[in-house]
Design a protein around this ligand. Structure first.
Ligand code: ADP
Length: 267
């Protein structure tokens, strides 16, 4: 097999993007897409920054719903697929935009998935961006290897790993970290999500997962990774996500918003 001729085309298409950040998690349901969304909102709060959010979670795309643009359609022009703009400086692209309806089950097989990922990377017309946030599928799959291979030459800043206190206790997150190290993906740091519960009414904090909260930090120390912070559980996050609203705008003073903004600051 000769060299992959699509890779130079991908590198050229992504050449106008300054920073590319992958968001990874050891398993599903830990808040990876929620965090990708909040990160995108947080970065785009600075009007001088152009931000793109790309949903490569092909089998469970959720960024459009969380960004409030699931009903949009993408248009193809001579310069490629134009992403959907959810704000003047925040563009989004997801496989969901190509589905006939929200409930369409996407059953893609390996090689077809890779073709789609390639097409996304090669043909989406992001133009110039300061940040591209890439929401990846959960776990470590062939898609991650492909994403890294296809985007590698254009320079990935690194990966942010999202985990939960329970996941730290399980092995999934260690596997994810190990995978990044083996694949040569720079780890920007780890975020512990759903870490403690702050009651929106009384503002009191409870440790729901007592035995494991704080495990993210310990794990980072053990594996020599940057610990970027803990984002508490807040039921309003799910509500905002379902309504496609920015939690950070709706509840800027909440401990979860403050925690997310601290993570973004530290990047
Ligand atoms: P993943 O992308 O890892 O599969 P999601 O981002 O879809 O996970 O999140 C899974 C569920 O958890 C969603 O319903 C989301 O609203 C909720 N969620 C994520 N983070 C938090 C949090 N910090 N507090 C409360 N709910 C959260």
């Amino acid at each position: 097999k000769g060299p992959d001729l699509d890779i130079p085309l991908i590198t050229e298409n992504l050449a106008g993007i300054k920073h590319k950040i992958l968001v990874l998690s050891g398993k599903g349901g830990v808040g990876k897409s929620t965090f990708s969304t909040m990160l995108s909102w947080a970065l785009s709060a600075d009007e001088d920054l152009q931000v793109g959010a790309m949903d490569l979670d092909i089998c469970g795309p959720s960024l459009p719903r969380m960004l409030g643009c699931s009903d949009e359609l993408v248009h193809e022009s001579n310069s490629g697929w134009t992403p959907v703009y959810v704000a003047d400086n925040l563009a989004a692209m997801s496989i969901q935009f190509m589905l006939p309806d929200d409930d369409s089950a996407v059953i893609w097989r390996g090689s077809k998935k890779n073709q789609l990922i390639k097409k996304f990377l090669k043909d989406v017309d992001w133009d110039e961006l300061d940040y591209l946030i890439v929401d990846t599928p959960p776990g470590t799959s062939d898609e991650h290897i492909s994403i890294n291979k296809f985007m590698g030459e254009s320079g990935i800043d690194g990966a942010l790993i999202v985990t939960t206190p329970q996941e730290v206790a399980l092995l999934d997150v260690r596997k994810e970290i190990d995978f990044c190290k083996k694949a040569g993906i720079n780890i920007l740091g780890l975020v512990e999500n759903m870490s403690g519960f702050v009651c929106p009414g009384c503002k009191g904090e409870s440790q729901i997962f007592k035995a494991t909260t704080g495990g993210g930090k310990a794990l980072c120390e053990e594996l020599d990774i940057r610990f970027l912070g803990s984002v508490p559980l807040d039921p309003r996050i799910g509500k905002c996500s379902d309504q496609g609203e920015s939690f950070l705008d709706a509840y800027p003073e909440s401990p979860a918003s403050v925690a997310v903004l601290n993570v973004v600051e530290s990047l």
